[in-house]
Ligand binder design. Structure first.
Ligand code: PRX
Length: 703
């Protein structure tokens, strides 16, 4: 049990019940859950958490079977099947994880039909808040069930079957969860690509998944900017064609014209957004493209669910790989469903009647698990938000909190840091008294941002759940429980039920007690990934080879004297820009595609708002000169190949790169140059030490 020491004993240190928390040395700063929250919480104290946690580890079958009673299985496991079978040790055979194999269920049935049967038919499932504050809608569980059935029938009519991959490239609109659940209803595997990815990235993912159906929308407004998703989709489909993937159907949601219908410009009596639309005609291929609304109109609103095996795939979601090629992280049905539901319930302490809002885009894992699946599995009422925190003003988040009386609010450190920059007034002018619990996810949160979130946004009365997890883990794995866990600003605290974290030394030895090492997990939990789509060898090589017998997260962590876990960040060639994981190899291969670039190397540098940003070094081919125009072209290249969020912060000329005698780039040196640290340590393994001076000479003034 990693909860060592007695955290309660520390609570007198800097403990504040419902007031501001001062800045101080963070490891000793403990913030107790407010008694108001603990009193009504599912887990009321650290003792209760510890007892439940211990049971989840010593008797996982008993622990999860109690929870399973809340779910519908069309067929239970046959008696001879084992509840959980797994192998984490590649030396003993293929890595595998099977949970409830042989049982039959359907996630859309559990999230929709079952909730309607329980009497939640008229309960709001989602409030939709558009980019424009006047655009809004809502949908009940009863309506959602019908819409999902209609869309499932649309897919069936197009010939989509169980196991087929369906690509989704959509903005944050109601049709997105409908499309996901429509796929799940018929056993098709959805593969959602975040709407900020470029045409090339979308195509690469569709080709890898061999997806012959794409669901998209004509476009979306992000603040003042319009993004024509259908045009990007068309480019991606053309690229798929070049790789012999015949995309048979592209379903297009007609989203743009219905925007800002209330916002009428009095001089012309027309909505300004609409007026812009009149000049825009969505490109449409009559044989391949279909309007969503036309298909839905004719579809039946009853669709019996396809009963799938507990271990049948539910979805795949691509995440960056350190080789540069994204990996299709594969999640299966029952384990993911139960884990999403259970983490949502306990980590956000969601009670019926609460209004919950997660600001993440559904295109990332946070949106999959904590916008769609987890909340719906709990019959929750949530907000889906299309816009940005800065439009029309920097108060938008808090305006939305007040409008819907949001109780649980979940966002990313990068959003918190970018809002912090604008000062407290944008927050304080909003009421926010509905808020009970605040959450953060995606990257380590610095104590300064944690304290601002706690003291200013939460008025010193809302516990913060700093949830550590990954696309691969399916749901939270290290996290506080809001009514039970005394938190420390910047620490993700303790493991969730069923999760057994271990810190390892370089040699793979387990570190007991306080220390720092590689973060691994010793046992599977129901919601963890099962494979990399189409490449099980890569799954084993990425996560199980470095430390046989353990799942390796790729992160480092330390455990303090009270057993609190602090994530220290990636230990591989990945970086985390605004909560989005990127591999340096992916960026380097984009840069090298420019005709001027002979060689490139990308490293992470700390960034005040984004957490980390990209600092890239480029060596040019003969005949090319470094200029601001070239710099602009290279940044554009990365945007085109990956997406706007990956654009490098700094591009510096590197007449040569620091390499060892065997030709390996010494990134350690480049990271030092990026931050302006001239303490290079041992440079004796460099083939040519003079490279360092050359690089320093070309370092931009204020990168
Ligand atoms: O490095 C960790 C960081 O984000 C990585 C996972 O990224 P992704 O698969 O895109 O999923 C993000 C949303 C779950 C992790 O390996 N990370 C995520 N949450 C935290 C975090 N680092 C520190 N603290 C967190 N709370």
């Amino acid at each position: 049990m990693p909860v060592t020491g007695n955290p309660e004993a520390n609570m007198s240190n800097g403990t504040v019940e419902s007031n501001s928390v001062p800045e101080q040395e963070n490891e000793s700063q403990v913030v107790k859950p407010p008694s108001e929250i603990s009193k009504n919480a599912y887990v009321k104290s650290l003792d209760e958490y510890e007892a439940m946690y211990k049971r989840s580890i010593s008797d996982p079958e008993g622990f999860w079977k109690d929870i399973l009673a809340d779910f519908h299985f069309q067929e239970k496991q046959a008696d001879d099947k084992s509840f959980l079978t797994y192998n984490f040790d590649i030396n003993k055979g293929p890595v595998s994880i099977k949970w409830l194999e042989g049982a039959k269920t359907n996630i859309s049935y559990n999230l929709l039909d079952r909730n309607v049967q329980k009497g939640l038919g008229d309960t709001i499932a989602f409030y939709w808040e558009g980019n424009d504050p006047k655009d809004e809608s809502k949908i009940t569980y009863g309506e959602l069930l019908k819409e999902v059935c209609k869309f499932a029938n649309v897919l069936k009519n197009l010939g989509v079957k169980k196991g087929d991959r369906v690509a989704i490239y959509m903005p944050m609109i109601m049709e997105l969860p409908i499309a996901m659940l429509g796929c799940a209803r018929i056993g098709a595997i959805h593969s959602i690509v975040f709407g900020g990815f470029s045409a090339d990235s979308l195509a690469d993912r569709m080709i890898d998944a061999q997806a012959t159906v794409l669901i998209t929308s004509d476009g979306v407004w992000r603040g003042e900017k319009i993004i024509h998703l259908k045009e990007i989709s068309d480019k991606a489909i053309a690229k798929c064609g070049d790789s012999n993937l015949d995309v048979k159907h592209c379903i297009v949601v007609n989203h743009l014209p219905r925007l800002a219908v209330n916002k009428v410009d009095e001089s012309t009596n027309q909505s300004p957004v609409k007026r812009k639309q009149f000049d825009y005609l969505t490109p449409f291929d009559e044989t391949r493209d279909k309007w969503y609304h036309e298909l839905i109109e004719k579809a039946d609103d009853v669709c019996p669910p396809e009963w799938v095996d507990a271990e049948d795939p539910l979805f795949m979601l691509y995440t960056s790989g350190s080789t540069g090629k994204p990996k299709g992280v594969l999640h299966t049905t029952a384990g993911y469903m139960v884990y999403a539901a259970t983490t949502f319930k306990y980590v956000f302490d969601y009670h019926p009647g609460d209004i919950y809002w997660c600001t993440a885009d559904i295109g990332w894992i946070t949106g999959h698990t904590y916008v769609t699946y987890g909340p719906l599995a709990n019959g929750a009422t949530s907000v889906i938000f299309e816009g940005t925190p800065f439009y029309p003003t920097n108060s938008r988040f808090w305006d939305v909190v007040d409008k819907y009386k949001v109780n649980q609010f979940y966002t990313a450190p990068t959003a918190i840091r970018s809002l912090m920059k604008f000062g407290d007034n944008f927050v304080k002018q909003c009421n926010r008294s509905s808020l009970k619990i605040l959450g953060t996810v995606g990257e380590p949160i610095n104590p300064e941002a944690w304290l601002w979130y706690y003291n200013v946004v939460g008025d010193g009365r809302c516990p913060i759940v700093d949830t550590y997890w990954q696309t691969e883990t399916g749901g939270h794995v290290i996290t506080p429980l809001p009514g039970a866990t005394p938190s420390k600003p910047g620490s993700a605290t303790f493991p969730f039920f069923g999760v057994l974290p271990v810190l390892l030394t370089e040699e793979g030895k387990e570190i007991e007690g306080p220390g720092e090492g590689y973060l691994v997990f010793k046992k599977p939990w129901p919601g963890m990934m099962r494979s990399v789509y189409g490449d099980h060898d890569r799954f084993e090589a990425t996560y199980f080879k470095r430390f046989p017998g353990y799942y390796f997260t790729g992160d480092g962590a330390k455990r303090d004297k009270d057993g609190y876990i602090w994530i220290t960040g990636r230990v591989d060639d990945m970086l985390n820009v605004s909560g989005h994981l990127l591999s340096t190899a992916q960026v380097e291969s984009a840069l090298i595609e420019h005709k001027a670039v002979a060689e490139s190397a990308a490293v992470a540098m700390p960034h005040k708002v984004k957490g980390e940003a990209l600092y890239c070094f480029v060596t040019l081919r003969d005949g090319f000169e470094f200029s601001s125009q070239l710099e602009g072209e290279l940044k554009l290249k990365v945007r085109e190949k990956i997406g706007a969020f990956a654009a490098p912060e700094v591009i510096q000329l590197a007449p040569a790169l620091p390499k060892t005698r065997s030709g390996k780039i010494m990134r350690r040196i480049l990271r030092k140059i990026a931050v302006g640290d001239s303490n290079f340590g041992d440079t004796s393994t460099l083939a040519d030490e003079s490279v360092i001076d050359l690089l320093l000479q070309h370092r931009p003034e204020a990168p």
